[in-house]
Design a protein around this ligand. Structure first.
Ligand code: ZN
Ligand code: ZN
Length: 351
């Protein structure tokens, strides 16, 4: 079968033929992949930006962790799933026996492995995953839309970490798929949202089309002025999804005393912070990464309820054979979510 693999510690990835998995193994299932989204982490791994060196020990490894498909085979001991079930998957596999895992906090497991980063992922016609990580999908949720579950779950978790509540004034920095999803979820929770981008006309247009109430392109002015204009004062919450340390500094500057700033981007730089001012203002700086089982289930419910609006996040669909061109698209700011469709499987649904 065709697979997009990271084989060397350098820029790029290879589209190669590999053997299909022979049997799932105990507790695991083989999923025929219908759709798999290209994520920011896939782009980091592809471009080989700092912070992804850990992958070297697992290479060659097939990329792709945002996916949905149909169960093809189940291993010994799997009773909750059967061939033909339509599923998506939380790609984070916890170790199962550390302190965090024993305390039912698999999201805090430091030995966790991510399908598509540490183990073979879904940019292939088939992927093998633990059955426990799979979630069955509502019948009327298209598999392409269900492939948004993982990034949406990351967004739900970031909003959870920020403790966004009704009436909160929330600034979201970065209108990529995660930032836009964060804005969407925060708004559903009753917040007033301002989503900020920089030279991001196309993505901010898309944000307005899916119903984000407040958007601003900072090419035209400062974040401070935009927040004052939108909220008449400071923000209660700021959630950063840019990966730029400067945006964290700018975000703290528009946050009220006692407010919460959540860093959700992946950063290759470090933060220079005036600690005395930070302490006196009692601003709360938090980190959100990956997601939780609870947030993952909520993401599937949100897709079932708002799939029509959220489907607009999918701006491009490409066959797996065109993976390299698809990555070029995903790396441009013109695309929001680019889906790879492994041949033969997706066609029935995509038409
Ligand atoms: Zn991702
Ligand atoms: Zn663990």
């Amino acid at each position: 079968m065709l697979a997009l693999r990271k084989a060397t510690a350098a820029f790029g990835a290879d589209l190669v033929h590999v053997d299909a998995p022979p049997s799932p193994g105990a507790g695991r299932v083989i999923i025929a992949v219908a759709a798999a989204g290209i994520c920011g982490s896939d782009i980091h791994a592809f471009e080989w930006t700092p912070g992804y060196g850990f992958m070297t020990a697992f290479m060659p490894v097939t990329l792709g962790h945002e996916f949905a498909g149909t169960v093809r085979a189940v291993g010994d001991g799997v009773t909750a799933l059967a061939p033909g079930d339509r599923v998506t998957c939380w790609p984070t596999v916890a170790c199962g026996d550390c302190t965090a895992c024993s305390a039912d906090r698999p999201q805090d497991c430091q030995g966790r492995r991510v399908v598509g980063l540490h183990a073979d992922g879904a940019f292939a016609q088939q992927v093998v995953v633990p059955a426990a990580n799979c979630r069955r999908l509502p019948d009327d949720l298209p598999l392409a839309v269900a492939a948004l579950a993982e990034p949406l779950a990351v967004a739900v978790n970031a909003v959870d970490v920020a403790e966004v509540g009704p009436g909160d004034r929330v600034v979201v920095l970065g209108p990529g798929p995660i930032g836009l999803s964060i804005a969407f979820v925060a708004q559903l929770r009753g917040a007033t949202v301002l989503l900020a981008g920089l030279d991001d006309t196309a993505r901010l247009d898309l944000a307005r089309r899916i119903g984000i109430g407040g958007t601003v392109d900072l090419a035209g002015g400062s974040l401070e002025a935009a927040v004052r204009h939108a909220f008449g004062g400071e923000a209660d919450r700021v959630i950063e999804a840019t990966g730029s340390a400067r945006s964290v500094v700018e975000g703290l500057a528009v946050l009220r005393s006692g407010g919460v700033l959540v860093v959700a981007g992946i950063h290759s730089g470090s933060l220079d912070l005036d600690l005395t001012g930070f302490v006196r203002s009692k601003k709360q700086l938090r980190a959100a990464h990956d997601t939780t089982a609870r947030a993952f289930d909520e993401a599937i419910r949100l897709l079932a309820a708002h799939g029509g609006a959220l489907a607009a996040l999918i701006t491009h669909r490409r066959p797996l054979a065109q993976a390299e061109a698809a990555f070029d698209l995903a790396r441009s700011r013109q695309a929001m979510k680019v889906l790879l469709l492994p041949e033969g499987v997706a066609r029935q649904e995509e038409g």
